[in-house]
Design a protein around this ligand. Sequence first.
Ligand code: FFO
Ligand code: GTP
Ligand code: MG
Length: 466
Amino acid sequence: MNDTIAAIATPFGSGGIGVIRMSGPDAVAIAAQFFSRTRTGPPFTGNLKTHQVYHGYFLDSGEVIDEVLLIPMRGPKSYTAEDVVEIQAHSGTVVLKQILECLLSGGARLADPGEFTRRAFLNQRIDLTQAEAVADIINARSTAALKFAAAQNTGALKHQIQEMRNQLIQVLSQVEVSIDFPDDVPRENDPSQSTADIDSVMDRCREFIRQHEEACFLKEGICLAICGKPNVGKSSLMNRLLSKEKSIVTALPGTTRDPIQEAMTMNGIPFVVTDTAGIHDTDDLVEIIGIERAKDHIRGADLVLFMVEPGTALSEMEFKKMVPLDKRMLVVVNKIDLTRDTNGQAKPGGPGLPELPEICDQIPKIHISALHNQGIQPLKDKIMQLCIGDLTMDGSAVIPNLRHKTALTKALSFLESAKQGLLTGQPEETLAIDLKNSIDLLGSITGETASIDILDTIFNNFCIGK
Ligand SMILES: Nc1nc2c(c(=O)[nH]1)N(C=O)[C@@H](CNc1ccc(C(=O)N[C@@H](CCC(=O)O)C(=O)O)cc1)CN2
Ligand SMILES: Nc1nc2c(ncn2[C@@H]2O[C@H](COP(=O)(O)OP(=O)(O)OP(=O)(O)O)[C@@H](O)[C@H]2O)c(=O)[nH]1
Ligand SMILES: [Mg+2]
């Protein structure tokens, strides 16, 4: 990286200030050609000290382009670990472009998307998980996602993966000793320490993989669909969850036709909630289309709230027609006020709890009254539990990233094979290959063994100037 790159680091459009940054060996010299402490020049020739803020003017052939602040940051104590210069100018596309063009004419090259962060990685200031965390911070859609990305940015995931990888390197070195010096190691060497080490790394891989879906929910948000027969109170629940009158509620069955969608956050996690048309057999053309759309949303949902009301019965056939069985689902028994008083005592003469087919036995259930605002907080807690599970929000390492999951899954299968090899006394050479493969796969997560293709996919998804 012996050239110097430059880019506008702030978004296009007007704003308070705009930042242009440069990184590379000539960054300070290039900036100095255009910088003066006074409006009339001459260019600053003194020594620009690192991590100091200089007030002055950006001049193009003696003409003031803007009043700016200039910050030199000498490597390795900089974002890229190279010499970095930031120029803070007034924001506005024309000003920033003009300054950038001067820097390019002065010897800098326009940076590729993500190239600053790529340099930070190539200069080993950060690893790949931290580079990915930078992108996740920029794209975070919720406070929860931001918290995990920030933890990853400080190296939480890197350290865990490195620990696992080091543990395997230990095992591999034992194996290699017995390949190289077979006479020094008793043949019937006790493999239990090695299997224990492999087991512990496998457990940690499994734990990351198990939490992957929950971690994705944090990052991407969760789609909830409220569905059920007409008039059970779906729209009433929608409005309760949103705390506003979004959907029309009437005593008439068939009120909701089009799916009604709205975004909200619960416990810092983004949700998109969809209220759908009541599903039943009908000849009404509008309702038929509404029901088709309801089913599309049910298929696309991460969690289906399947609503039923007291005094009704549902056959297995009816149930299967409404929701696919493989869905993450919560049965919401609404209008519980009709069967129970506020103390939970059965109301004499009131309708009984809905009768559900046996296949619903395993599905979690919750009782609420959307009309009387009862059981809404327990419902929210249940939704969180079903989607996020035991993922604690303490910012510990998670893998909200398919690349990590794929690498861990492959590493796991090599470790499985290595463990079998150990137990069945297979040749050390085969064992060593399995171990090396899993070590490389863990290394690909942090970037120690990542290919150029992986780097390109990661950094090309960044914006220019990052
Ligand atoms: N103006 C500005 N604001 C910014 C950034 C930036 O580059 N410029 N950042 C860009 O993303 C973020 C801050 N991230 C940064 C991370 C590391 C270093 C850095 O210079 N690290 C060196 C020196 C640390 C030190 O002096 O203690 C290092 O780690 O060696 C700078 C910014 C957000 N805000
Ligand atoms: N007693 C009682 N009535 C409720 C409750 N929740 C909703 N209702 C009433 O049930 C009726 C239907 O409510 P909606 O929310 O429109 O029901 P829906 O499932 O959206 O109906 P469709 O859109 O027609 O499928 C309205 O009269 C509501 O006031 C509840 O918890 N208890
Ligand atoms: Mg409705």
